[in-house]
Design a protein around this ligand. Structure first.
Ligand SMILES: O=C(O)C(=O)C[C@H](O)[C@H](O)CO
Ligand SMILES: [Mg+2]
Length: 393
């Protein structure tokens, strides 16, 4: 029995980066009584202290339990936390614990996790770039950065072309968004995919107007076109728009995922392993999606532990579309933390082959990067946008 002796969390950070929401990192370490160590990562933006307190409670519940008992351990936490199914803080804390558990299990068998999930389905992981458009507002600024992305070898890139518009978009906003998308499409050509991020900010009539304006640029998908809880709006969007819909980063249970699948509200599911319940729950949602002919494009916007474990699933699943990557736009401290062991080559990720999640943690950096608490200051530009893009021009 590989008994859990501790579940610890560390709040790490250094500087604000293009992905402001990911300027902090809650690193979770699970240790067993025989000294095995596994790492996971959770969501931190606006809720770091709450997540740390959940990890502290998970530590108390999991001490002495077998790290291999993934389903039993999850059910125990689900039983202990009456509100787990409606709490991102609880599910993200548990997701990190589950990821760290799989890290230990892979290390026990001395294999990367993908070998425990059915082996390799693909040798490399095609990526789309995100985070590349910091401080872009004018079409020219977007074009300059988009060309850099293509020069790096990416065959797909995602961006949010909507500036500071929220809920309703007017003629000026539509014109600005179209100018940005048109300029990027013309700059990258037809062989590079463009993916439109709405960040779930529009009411459905605005979202439909946007789709009508942008469909001529042939986006691979429209991500979170309407507010995340606007199910009726999404139904109306699906009735009026032919473009593919992608969503899922805010789904925290497989039951929620089922609602979108059974009502055919999504073409591509973007669940996030650090929110849905780690590897254990993510692989169930992959199977459910496969039954509905829905492809996976995991959300992956937090850090390099999440990136590594996400690549393990990408390697092994049949219904895969493309993988989000901030890798080349994350701060160097996050890359250093995993000893830069999941590099991107020509717009593709190499599958990490080390045991467990496939990366080693630079443990001496943990001490160096520790921060006391999450510093938050209000600004018109919310945390969840790529920094410097909320200006009209
Ligand atoms: O990467 C994406 O698709 C995002 O939407 C990034 C979000 O801003 C981020 O996850 C907010 O926590
Ligand atoms: Mg998104």
């Amino acid at each position: 029995m590989t008994k859990i002796s501790s579940v610890e969390a560390f709040l790490l950070g250094k500087e604000i980066i293009s992905a402001k929401w990911a300027s902090l990192m809650v690193l979770v370490r699970v240790t067993t009584t025989d000294g095995k160590v596994g790492y996971g990562e959770t969501v931190s933006a606006l809720r770091a202290e709450a997540v740390l307190s959940f990890i502290n409670k998970i530590d108390k519940v999991m001490k002495g339990r077998d790290v291999f008992d993934l389903e039993k351990n999850r059910m125990e936490w689900y039983k202990q936390d009456f509100n787990m199914a409606i709490s991102l803080e609880s599910t993200t804390a548990f997701s990190a614990f589950d990821i760290a558990s799989w890290d230990i299990i892979g290390k026990e068998f001395e294999v990367p996790i993908y070998k425990l999930l059915g082996g390799k389905y693909r040798d490399r992981i095609p990526l789309y770039a995100n985070g590349w458009y910091q401080n872009c507002v004018t079409p020219e600024e977007f074009v300059e950065k988009a060309k850099d992305v293509v020069r790096k070898g990416y065959k797909a890139l995602k961006f949010d072309p909507f500036g500071p518009y929220f809920d309703i978009i007017d003629k000026k906003g539509l014109k600005e968004a179209e100018e940005r998308v048109k300029a990027v499409r013309e700059a990258v050509g037809d062989d590079v995919d463009i993916l439109i991020e709405h960040h779930g900010r529009f009411n459905v009539d605005s979202a439909i107007m946007i789709a009508k304006r942008l469909e001529k640029y042939n986006p691979l998908f429209m991500e979170e076109p309407v507010h995340p809880d606007d199910i009726e709006g999404l139904r109306k969007y699906r009735e009026n728009v032919k473009l593919k819909v992608a969503l899922g980063e805010r789904i925290i249970t497989k039951t929620q995922a089922l609602q979108f699948l059974k009502d055919k509200l999504v073409n591509c599911l973007q669940i996030d392993l650090s929110r849905i319940g780690g590897v254990t729950e993510a692989r169930k949602v992959v199977g459910m999606s496969e039954a509905f002919d829905v492809l996976m494009a995991f959300h992956n916007a937090q850090g390099l532990i999440l990136n590594a474990v996400t690549l393990q699933l990408d390697a092994s699943i049949p219904n895969f579309l493309i993988q989000e990557s901030f890798y080349e736009w994350f701060p160097s401290w996050k890359i250093d933390l995993i000893k830069n062991s999941t590099p991107v080559e020509n717009g593709e990720a190499i599958i990490p082959e080390k045991p467990g999640i496939g990366v080693d943690i630079n443990e001496k950096l943990i001490e160096e990067l520790k921060v006391e608490k999450e510093l938050y200051s209000y600004s018109e530009e919310p945390l969840w946008v790529v920094k410097g893009t909320w200006r009209s021009y």
